[in-house]
Design a protein around this ligand. Structure first.
Ligand code: SF4
Length: 609
């Protein structure tokens, strides 16, 4: 039975189509994946279902029907009724979706009240529902607030609430993006089991094609508002034909098998403002096989195999994407002599708060006696789940937090106490690249000033002309155009901001970068560009890197050595290929098992019955 059907649906903003002629069918008990990067239009579809389009966006033509009701035209009251009873949403940010001033029980109770569940039955219903999503001790959980539980637990609460009305359709918009890899595997497994048990139709919106291949029955790949490829998940991932789908696959580093330099697309997806300049295929400026035909008219969606469609004028179907021979990864060479960074038995303890009698509660050992040596030209990864202590290590290295025990040396100088001498040593040797490029860049400074900002901290006497020249050179080195010099951060894309962040870190020619989750917020094709940039910097500058990440595939791609952290301690370390290829510690094994395998036919928790 068809639950959701889109027929030629177009959404426009002041006459420009931001979603063009979208058609698909989602049946009962099936999972449809909407895959695409930021700006592809995938979340817009969820907003059409919720009638929550941003101001000035309108459904221009076509229909979106839910069990025969056109969600665009039905009366508001009927639409609200459907949203409560038959259509539920699982949001991207579980922590912001829950109200921090109400307990979990109060919010769940309110939700059940809206669904018409009698007061007397609600507590039992809540406890059963929270138990179904494998939350321990649901009775205690009802009295807790969202800020007292982890992001993964919040997401399970939201899944329990979404399934409470036994809806016919659930829209899950990037439900695991904010979670680490182990929590992602648990959440997806629970969601898939609940969906199978209830026969629910699930619209799964994600930027991760590899994850979608495991979770979904069918996949639509969206690019700049167009469906560019559509088909059964297994067929589409095994025999992808559109150059954009192929590029998404190629941009994702594998966790096993031979490692090659990631193939990247030039530039980035066009924004809405550029759509009017692209009357034909919107992928043409980045397409490796585009010809003059591609820019003339919107290419048709052609069926190239049963149920497998590709939007192309024909060039990519006849030529295929130009596959150049894979480039090998450059061999890492480290410089002998004094290491750039040495951590010897470094620990960090946070004392507990005092209770009302003035007694101190037990504190937290965030980092427990870790040892680490990094030489110039060496890339070392630190992996672990949220709360494992890996970001605290970055702060200790940078002197942002004092260490509780142990010793830190930079270029042979003891910097365990971050006094003015230690700060000078750090300034000349280390730079940090932060996770969120948006908040790391002062919005009031143009790019040129931002990049050379560290010269001020180093009290450089460089003239204005020298600073501009330096900024231009750094922009070129990080693959950015000199046109960006006068732009402000708000005028840059996410990938450009992270490059500016890296350019700024390079300004004082550091010998070691400390990078904390710097690609986790980026789209996969932009991530590939940044990873390749880091490898180029190692080749050209002999720079070292401490790379903190929860993404094991990315760490394997970049780093020659890896440390695995759990509860503040290093539980396994060594050569990255050995640790990630033949993990010995059960915790490392569990982290690796949680990564969706590249081959969708390989078992993974969520696709096992
Ligand atoms: S070959 Fe032309 S129509 Fe096909 S994807 Fe490339 S640019 Fe678009």
């Amino acid at each position: 039975m068809e639950v959701l059907e889109a027929r030629n649906l177009s959404v426009s903003l002041v006459g420009v189509d931001v979603l063009r002629h979208i058609s698909f069918t989602l049946r009962r008990g099936r999972v449809l994946g909407l895959v695409g990067e930021s700006g592809a239009g995938k979340s817009m579809l969820g907003r059409v279902i919720a009638r929550d389009l941003p101001t000035a966006f309108k459904v221009r033509s076509g229909a979106l029907t839910f069990q025969g009701h056109d969600l665009v035209t039905i009366a508001g009251e009927k639409h609200r009724e459907l949203l409560g009873d038959s259509i539920a949403f699982i949001p991207q940010e579980p922590l912001t979706a829950l109200n921090p001033v109400l307990t979990i029980g109060q919010q769940f109770d309110e939700h059940l009240g809206r669904l018409g569940v009698p007061q007397a039955d609600r507590r039992t219903r809540m406890i059963t529902a929270l138990g179904n999503v494998l939350l321990h001790d649901p009775v205690t959980l009802l009295d807790r607030y969202s800020f007292q539980i982890s992001g993964g637990m919040c997401q399970r609460v939201l899944i329990a609430m979404a399934f409470a009305s036994e809806p016919a359709l659930i829209v899950a918009d990037e439900p695991t993006t904010a979670l680490d890899v182990s929590t992602q595997a648990h959440i997806v497994q629970i969601m898939r089991k609940m969906q199978r048990d209830h026969g629910t139709a699930l619209l799964f919106i994600t930027h991760d094609l590899r994850l979608a291949a495991h979770v979904c029955d069918d996949i639509l790949v969206l690019y700049a508002g167009d469906i560019v490829e559509r088909g059964p998940a297994r067929t589409l991932t095994a025999m992808a034909r559109h150059p954009y789908t192929l590029a998404l696959q190629a941009a994702n580093p594998p966790l096993d098998g031979p490692a090659h330099r990631l193939a990247t697309l030039p530039e980035q997806m066009p924004g809405i403002g550029a759509f009017t300049t692209l009357p034909g295929c919107r992928f043409a400026p980045r397409c490796p096989v585009a010809d003059e035909e591609c820019g003339r008219a919107v290419p048709p969606l052609r069926e190239i195999a049963p149920h497998h469609f590709v939007r192309c004028s024909g060039a990519c179907l006849t030529q295929g994407a130009k596959a150049s021979a894979p480039e090998p990864l450059p061999v890492a060479t480290t410089t002998p002599g004094v290491p750039v960074l040495v951590l010897k038995d470094v620990a960090k303890h946070y004392p507990g708060e005092r209770d009302w009698l003035g007694r101190r509660r037990p504190g937290t050992d965030a980092v427990k006696a870790i040892n680490l040596t990094v030489r110039a030209g060496e890339f070392v990864g630190i992996v672990g789940e949220s709360g494992s202590g890996k970001s605290t290590v970055a702060k200790l290295i940078m002197g942002l937090e004092p260490i509780t025990a142990g010793r830190i040396a930079i270029d042979g100088n003891d910097v365990s106490v971050n006094d003015s001498a230690a700060r000078q040593v750090r300034l000349g040797t280390l730079q940090m690249v932060f996770q969120d490029p948006q908040s790391a860049l002062n919005p009031r400074r143009p790019v040129g000033r931002l990049i050379t900002q560290s010269l001020e901290a180093a009290r450089s006497t460089a003239s204005e002309a020298d600073r501009v020249m330096r900024a231009r050179a750094l922009l070129a080195e990080t693959g950015l155009s000199a046109d960006l010099l006068q732009r402000f951060p708000s005028q840059l894309s996410g990938g450009q901001k992270q490059r500016v962040n890296i350019a700024r870190a390079l300004c004082v020619t550091p010998r070691l970068l400390v990078a904390d989750e710097i690609v986790s917020g980026l789209d996969v094709s932009v991530q590939a560009q940044i990873l390749n940039l880091l490898l180029d910097l190692r080749r050209d500058r002999g720079i070292g890197l401490v790379f903190i990440s929860h993404d094991l595939s990315v760490v394997r791609y970049l780093c020659s050595r890896v440390l695995v952290m759990q509860h503040g301690a290093v539980v396994e370390q060594g050569d990255a290929e050995a640790v990630l290829g033949r993990p010995q510690h059960p915790y490392t094994q569990s982290l690796i098992a949680a990564v969706p395998p590249e081959d969708p036919d390989r078992p993974w928790p969520c696709n096992s019955p």
